[in-house]
Design a protein around this ligand. Structure first.
Ligand code: ADP
Ligand code: MG
Length: 314
């Protein structure tokens, strides 16, 4: 038996199927392994039986092995952090937003999700001793709210050259959920070439919610979103970069106790994001960030402000 190193080595995958899978951005064993037979069958134009066998082979081939805690610790030491611009917000996050993870901010309209995206796009370019990673940014804008002027404003405020800072932000405008998926899947070369250290998807869920309406399409939506997040997580791990995604909240008027809002995207996002932050408006330009479900940090809250200069301590 030949060793299975890539998708084209899988039994059942001929040259034609391999080409199709690559075209669809499914040229990765993990993505195949986490697909469903019906999904794979539709994408590759093969029977569901064949698809099921391909998926099983991909699962077998993957190294699902264990590693020692020490090795995990070694990896953790390489984790970088990007400052938010606010000390108390950074402290809440254990120093800033982390590489090799997905950080999700969810909150109502105007809660500062997009402002944080802009601020991180500037701050990631700072030297390491100033809270940056000396890297550039891939910015997927799904709501047409990216503003180059705002980047320039924030860059100037911390003494960076505003034009140079803008040059290091690579913006992709996604027009629907499939386009959003494609933009991310085609980004691999750019990530390597341009030393991308931060990927932003603002918003991760809006197009999915608009494109998959009604109960019948819920499963498909969650599956696609799941794979999309998986691709992002894979980039985060492979290239040791940070991923920041935003998520609007849905009103749930039938809930009378607790918080009447919940993040869109359901349990898929819940499991994918390593850090989840709930943002809400307070008085004036104050915003409250609450850390929800962190793997190693206490839950808590931080207050910050959005000023002309950007995100700052309150
Ligand atoms: P969300 O993405 O969560 O809907 P935003 O990040 O767009 O919200 O936040 C919008 C808020 O940010 C505005 O209501 C305003 O208070 C603040 N803001 C935006 N631009 C500026 C600016 N140049 N100076 C000060 N505050 C700003
Ligand atoms: Mg926004």
């Amino acid at each position: 038996m030949t060793e299975i190193k890539s998708v084209k080595d899988l039994p059942g995958v001929g040259p034609k199927t391999a080409e199709k899978l690559e075209e669809m951005g499914m040229d990765d064993l993990m993505i195949i392994a986490t697909s469903s037979p019906s999904e794979l069958a539709a994408i590759a134009d093969i029977g569901e039986g064949v698809a099921a066998k391909i998926i099983a082979a991909a699962r077998d081939a993957l190294d699902m092995g264990f590693e020692s805690g020490l090795k995990v610790l070694e990896k953790r030491k390489k984790i970088g952090k990007i400052t938010t611009g606010s000390k108390s917000f950074d402290e809440l996050l254990g120093g800033g937003i982390e590489t090799a993870s997905i950080t999700e901010c969810y909150g109502a309209f105007g809660s500062a999700k997009t402002q944080i995206a802009h601020q991180l796009s500037v701050n990631v370019q700072l030297p390491k001793d100033q809270g940056g990673l000396e890297g550039s940014v891939l910015y997927i804008d799904t709501e047409q709210t990216f503003r180059p002027e705002r980047i320039q404003q924030m860059a100037k405020a911390i003494g960076l050259n505003s034009e140079e800072t803008l040059k290091n932000v690579y913006v992709g405008r996604a027009y629907n959920s499939d386009h959003q998926i494609l933009l991310v899947e085609k980004a691999k070369d750019l990530i390597k070439e341009k030393n991308i250290k931060l990927i932003i998807v603002d918003s991760i869920t809006a197009h999915f919610r608009a494109d998959y309406v009604g109960r019948g399409s819920l499963a498909e939506r969650q599956q696609k979103l799941n794979r999309h997040l998986h691709t992002l997580q894979k980039y985060a791990d492979t290239f040791n970069l940070a991923v920041y995604v935003t998520n609007q909240v849905m009103a749930k008027p039938d809930v009378f106790f607790g918080d009447p809002t919940e993040a869109a995207g359901g349990h898929v996002l819940h499991h994918a994001a390593t850090f989840r932050i709930y943002l809400r408006k307070s008085k004036g330009n104050k915003r409250i960030a609450r850390l929800v479900d962190s793997p190693n940090l206490p839950d808590g809250e931080a207050v910050f402000v959005v000023t002309e200069e950007g995100i700052r301590d309150a």
